[in-house]
Design a protein. Structure first.
Length: 268
């Protein structure tokens, strides 16, 4: 189910000249990083393209090799957070990008990782994880991990497509598996891994007016290079506040990068 798509594109991250991957950035530091750009000059994905059948058709055309012409050609804007030379050795992983079919519109299911985890503690993420030797393919990994993490049964999931690999600073080459999820599906978070499961309207995330580019510079002594030099981290962020509960969620990093790639695919 792997798709033909080019992965060469501009990266937001400035590579470390020493060839050392940057350390994972804590969410509290990412959330305080200044906003460099907002993309309200770009078009939102039309609402009709975000309906379940339209999504099925769009991904099906893409998998057939963009048979309908150049309007479906695209480049993933964000191939990952590692320098190119380090991507081959990265461990294979998959995440499920679950699009829940609600009566009010398609919504993206996301999780908040448990704050006690060793890696990416407390961050917003898609359900997923590393590939096991017995996994048949990237889809199998994503479905297995989603069931283990949030109790989402594979029978309630309709995989649509695998997007190009996304590499992370923690050494994973991640395949995002986009899938529709039945409205009557239920989930039960695994308490040692997932602190919360929530949904964000797909329409919100597919509007680049809500996409921010932020920059974080490591602490520097007066003798070191000025801000903007080696070590600067640039990343997408998509803050969202639930209008019903008033609770705020800071979607950023790899998760936001994959969402941005999904936007680029659906707007093509």
């Amino acid at each position: 189910m792997l798709l033909r798509a080019a992965c060469a594109c501009r990266s937001l991250s400035a590579p470390d000249p020493r060839g050392v991957p940057p350390r994972p950035l804590p969410t509290v530091e990412a959330e305080s990083a200044p906003v460099l750009e907002r993309h309200d000059h770009l078009p939102a994905v039309p609402a009709q393209r975000l309906q379940p059948q339209a999504l099925r058709e769009h991904f099906a055309r893409w998998q057939r090799g963009a048979a309908d012409g150049p309007t479906l050609s695209w480049l993933p804007e964000r191939p990952g957070d590692l320098p190119t030379a380090e991507r081959v050795a990265a461990r294979q992983a998959s995440v499920l990008v679950p699009l829940v079919m609600r009566d009010s519109g398609v919504r993206v299911l996301l999780t908040r990782r448990d704050a006690r985890l060793a890696v990416h503690a407390g961050q917003i993420s898609f359900p997923g994880g590393g590939r096991d030797p017995e996994d048949r393919d990237a889809v199998h990994t994503a479905l297995r991990e989603a069931e283990e993490e949030i109790g989402l049964a594979a029978a309630q999931v309709e995989p649509l497509a695998c997007m190009p690999l996304y590499t992370t600073v923690t050494g994973f080459a991640v395949t995002p598996v986009v899938a529709l999820v039945h409205a009557h599906a239920r989930w039960q978070p695994q308490p040692t891994e997932v602190a919360e499961v929530f949904e964000v309207p797909l329409e919100f995330l597919m509007n680049p007016a809500h996409h921010e580019v932020r920059a974080w510079d490591p602490p520097q002594s007066p003798a070191e290079a000025p801000a903007g030099g080696p070590g600067r981290r640039m990343f997408y962020a998509m803050p969202w506040t639930d209008p019903h509960t008033g609770k705020s969620y800071f979607i950023w990093g790899a998760t936001a990068g994959m969402i941005r790639n999904l936007y680029r695919l659906l707007i093509a």
